[in-house]
Write a protein that binds this ligand. Structure first.
Ligand code: ATP
Length: 317
């Protein structure tokens, strides 16, 4: 008879940031939401979330952006851990360490990555053996951006972004992210989009605002064609973010002038994402952007990368 495996004492999971290669926002619905059609790509900026049993719930932030991580019960990683513990009737209380390398409130879904990481880490800590689709269902309960960092790669998102379908793609793409000092509120950006659509006699509820992704973008991904992908990048929220923060348009235009294949606001911003031809081109663009003084912080990354995965699980001595 073999002994039951000893449960790990702590588990660490790494989860990636995302960039929306395309984000189409449909008409304003009566419930105040919009249908979305988007193509996500997971990129190589990661948060690491470690969970361990403790005597009170706590979040301990570390890493590049530690000072911007909320430590209260609103933290998405705590909400994720509590969701699993409630559904599986587990009494444990956890300490959650978040090593934060994904810019906070930058439209790169860092909070959602932490939630996805916490779900997977708790699954391992408690030996639940949940299937990926069970985890994805829990993820969707936590927020529309949470299922994608579990899956990683490239995916098309519909509904509010949480219904995922894999997208065929080849090759690796090289990104430069220009990060702003202060975040942009996602609801505020959507309100601004509705305001802009309603200006001059338009209507934010007009069904002509369609949520469909373009065939050009899908074809560019299938071919691994960075030039074509650069041309196909599109975000319906760009104009709303530029209207709230005109300096972001200046930044986007400067990056394209410095040689990016394309540039767009990442999600609801304010991070501006630039696609480049190669690793070397991404280095050159970073140098030019840094010299221009148009943004606080510049990060380079490649995509697509894998979704949330366990990087360590230490067992009792
Ligand atoms: P999205 O792209 O999904 O709109 P975002 O990248 O713009 O998200 P996040 O970094 O996820 O933004 O943070 C948005 C807000 O969520 C923060 O201002 C913060 O108060 C809250 N938040 C909750 N949990 C976390 C977490 N674990 N890490 C960062 N922010 C969190």
């Amino acid at each position: 008879m073999t002994a039951a495996p000893t449960p790990p004492r702590s588990v660490t999971v790494r989860a990636p940031a995302k960039v929306n290669l395309e984000l189409r926002v449909g008409a304003l619905r009566p419930d105040g939401y919009h249908d979305l059609a988007t193509v996500f790509q997971a990129v190589s900026l990661y948060d690491e979330v470690s969970v361990a049993r403790w005597d009170e719930w706590q979040v301990v932030p570390g890493g590049t952006y530690a000072d911007r991580v909320p430590t209260g019960t609103g933290n998405l990683a705590i909400r994720a851990a509590k969701l699993i513990s409630e559904q599986w009737d587990i009494d444990d209380v956890l300490s959650i360490h978040i090593d934060k390398d994904i810019p906070v409130a930058g439209g790169m879904a860092g909070g959602s990555a932490d939630a996805a990481a916490a779900l997977l880490a708790c699954d391992h800590l408690w030996g639940l053996g949940l299937e990926r689709d069970e985890l994805a269902e829990l993820a969707a309960e936590l927020g529309s951006d949470v299922p994608f960092p579990l899956a990683g790669g490239n995916a098309m998102g519909s509904g509010r972004g949480e219904q995922l379908a894999p997208v065929l793609a080849r090759g690796t793409f090289h990104w430069v992210f220009a990060i702003s000092d202060t975040g942009l509120s996602t609801p505020e950006v959507y309100r601004e989009l509705d305001r802009l659509r309603s200006a001059d006699g338009g209507d934010a509820r007009d069904p002509a605002h369609s949520a469909d992704v373009s065939s050009e973008l899908m074809a560019a991904l299938r071919r691994g064609d960075a030039q074509a992908l650069g041309k196909a990048l599109h975000n319906d929220l760009d104009e709303a973010a530029f209207s709230l923060r005109p300096e972001l348009r200046v930044l986007r235009d400067a990056g394209v002038e410095f040689g990016a294949l394309g540039g767009l606001v990442s999600g609801s911003g304010p991070t501006v994402a630039f696609l480049t031809e190669s690793h070397e081109a991404s280095l050159d663009l970073s140098v030019s952007l840094a010299a221009s003084d148009l943004c606080r912080d510049i990060r380079r990354a490649r995509g697509p990368v894998h979704g949330a995965h366990v990087v360590s699980g230490s067992r009792p001595d």
